[in-house]
Design a protein around this ligand. Structure first.
Ligand code: CMX
Length: 435
C-alpha cells in the first residue's frame, strides 16, 4: 500500500484547526451581499463554498492546489515513455497539496492495481441495459450499482466518530478512482466494439491502461493522462462538482455522490458540450460537402446558429473571462500531434471568428472558447468517433476532483448543505420596499 493515507492524515490534522478557528472566531465576518439577480440567476458569483483543491481566477484560469496547468504539466512525475504526467501523481497532488516523488507515484499505481477489480454484477447491470442507452446513463448506473461496496456505509452502520468519517470515504474514493477507467473502457468496447472487451493490464499506469483497454495506440496514453488531469476540477461551483459535494453533504456515500455528479455533467450546457461541439462541426461539414469553410462561410454558420436561438457550443463560461487554459493545453497537444487534422482546422477557424461574433451578438459575457471546444477533435482524430461517449471521459477526470473534495469535506466536518430560498412575492417586497 502507498503512504498516501498517512500523508493525508497528517495534512488533515494540521488543517482542521484552521477551519475550526475561522468558524468559531470569525464566523460572523461577511463575504458579501447576495443580489436578486444572483438569487434568480443561478447564484453567479455568490461566495458560499470552500475548497482548497482548486481555484478559478476569471482571467488566469484554473490553479490546482496553487499550480497553473503549465506548472502541473511541468512539475509532476512523467512516465519514461510519455510527455504528460502520470494521473496517479496528480491524484496525490489534489489530495495532499504536495508534489509527489516518482516513488510515491509508483506506490499509488500499485495500490490502484489492488483496488481496480470491478464486481461482476456491475457488468451484468450494463449488459442488461437497452442497446441505445446513452453511455452517461450506463456510467451513472454502473457507479450507483456499486453502492453496496461502500466502506463508508459499512462503518457508519456500525457506528463511528465524525472525526474518522474521512477514512472510509477515502477508501471508497480510491476504489472508485481505480475502477472508473475500467468501467469506462468496458462501456466503450461493449457499446461500440461489439463487446470485444480488452482486459486490463496491471503493468500499466492509469492513462496507459485506459488507452490499452480502449484499444487505441500511442500517443493516446498521453492524451488520456492529459484529458483526465485537465477535466479533474474547476473549483466547487460548477454543476458536477457542486452536485457531488451537495449529495455527499447528506452523508450519502461517494458512490451516490459520484453517480449524481455524472448526471449533472451530462447536461448540454456543461460536460455534454464536448459532444455538441463535434455534432455542430459535423453538421457544418455535411453542409459543406466535406470542404473546410473559409472564414466568411464559417461566420455565416455561426450567425445562423445564433439567429436560430441556439448557443455556440464550446464558447462562453460562467466564471472565465478569457480563453480557457484547458483549451490552450489541448490546442498545444493538437499542434504537436495532429496539426493537419481537418477538424482541427475547423476548430482553428472557429477560434478566429467566434469571439468577435459573440461580442457583436452582445449576450455572452465571455466570448472565448472553453475546454469543450477542443477536446472532441482529439478524440475524433484517434478514432474515437462515437461522440456520445466523450462525456464519459470527462466524468472519469472530473471524479478525481469531486472525490478529493468529498474526502476533505468529511475530514473538515462540513455540514449538510442547506441554502435558504425566498418566494417571488418576498423578492418583490424587498425590491419595491427599497425603491
Ligand atoms: N453562444 C450563444 N450565446 C451564449 C453563449 C454561447 N456560447 N454563452 C452564453 N450565451 C448567452 C446565454 O445563453 C445568455 O443568454 P440569455 O440572456 O438569453 O439567457 C447570455 O449569453 C448570458 O450568459 P452568460 O452569463 O455569459 O453565461 P452563463 O454563465 O449563463 O452560462 C455557459 C455559461 C457555459 C452555460 C454558456 O456560456 C453556454 O451555454 N455555452 C455554450 C455551452 C458550453 O460550451 N458549455 C460548456 C461549459 C464548460 C463546462 O462546464 O463544461
Amino acid at each position: 500500500m502507498s503512504d498516501l493515507k498517512n500523508k493525508l492524515r497528517e495534512k488533515i490534522e494540521g488543517w482542521r484547526p484552521r477551519t475550526v478557528k475561522l468558524l468559531k472566531e470569525y464566523g460572523d465576518v461577511s463575504l458579501g451581499d447576495v443580489k436578486i439577480s444572483q438569487a434568480i440567476g443561478g447564484m453567479r458569483g455568490v461566495k458560499c463554498l470552500v475548497t482548497d483543491i482548486s481555484y478559478l481566477d476569471p482571467f488566469e484560469g484554473i490553479r490546482f492546489r496553487g499550480y497553473t496547468i503549465p506548472e502541473v504539466l511541468e512539475k509532476l512525475p512523467k512516465p519514461e515513455d510519455g510527455e504528460v504526467p502520470l494521473v496517479e501523481g496528480f491524484i496525490y497532488l489534489l489530495l495532499t497539496g504536495d508534489l509527489p516523488t516518482g516513488s510515491d507515484v509508483n506506490a499509488i499505481a500499485e495500490e490502484f492495481n489492488t483496488r481496480k477489480e470491478v464486481p461482476k454484477y456491475v457488468f451484468d447491470v450494463l449488459n442488461a441495459m437497452p442497446e441505445d442507452t446513452h453511455p452517461m446513463v450506463m456510467l451513472s448506473a454502473a457507479v450507483v450499482s456499486m453502492q453496496r461496496e461502500s466502506e463508508f456505509v459499512k462503518m457508519y452502520n456500525k457506528g463511528m466518530s465524525k472525526m474518522v468519517y474521512w477514512e472510509p470515504t477515502y477508501e471508497d474514493a480510491l476504489n472508485l478512482l481505480a475502477r472508473l477507467p475500467e468501467i469506462g473502457a468496458y462501456i466503450y468496447r461493449k457499446k461500440y466494439k461489439g463487446g470485444d472487451i480488452i482486459p486490463s493490464d496491471p503493468s500499466l499506469d492509469m492513462g496507459a491502461n485506459f488507452a490499452h483497454m480502449m484499444g487505441i495506440d500511442k500517443p493516446y496514453d498521453d492524451m488520456s493522462r492529459l484529458y483526465f488531469i485537465l477535466h479533474s476540477d474547476h473549483e466547487s461551483g460548477n454543476v458536477s462538482a457542486h452536485t457531488g459535494h451537495l449529495v455527499a453533504s447528506a452523508l450519502s456515500d461517494p458512490y451516490y455522490a459520484t453517480s449524481a455528479m455524472i448526471n449533472g455533467l451530462a447536461g448540454p450546457l456543461h460536460g455534454l458540450a464536448n459532444q455538441e461541439v463535434l455534432r455542430w462541426i459535423q453538421g457544418v461539414m455535411d453542409k459543406m460537402g466535406g470542404k473546410t469553410p473559409d472564414k466568411e462561410e464559417m461566420k455565416k454558420f455561426v450567425w445562423d446558429t445564433l439567429n436560430s436561438g441556439q448557443v455556440i457550443p464550446g464558447y462562453g463560461h460562467a466564471v472565465l473571462r478569457k480563453t480557457d487554459p484547458r483549451y490552450t493545453a489541448q490546442r498545444e497537444f493538437c499542434l504537436k500531434h495532429l496539426p493537419d487534422d481537418p477538424i482541427f482546422e475547423y476548430v482553428n477557424t472557429l477560434y478566429e471568428v467566434v469571439p468577435d461574433i459573440l461580442k457583436e451578438h452582445g449576450k455572452a459575457k465571455n466570448p472565448w472558447p472553453n475546454v469543450d471546444a477542443q477536446s472532441g477533435v482529439i478524440q475524433w482524430h484517434y478514432g474515437l468517433r462515437e461522440y456520445d461517449y466523450y462525456t464519459v471521459l470527462f466524468s472519469i477526470g472530473r471524479a478525481i476532483g469531486v472525490l478529493s473534495n468529498i474526502v476533505w469535506d468529511r475530514a473538515l466536518g462540513y455540514p449538510i448543505e442547506r441554502p435558504k430560498s425566498l418566494t417571488t412575492a418576498m423578492l418583490e417586497e424587498i425590491a419595491f420596499g427599497k425603491k
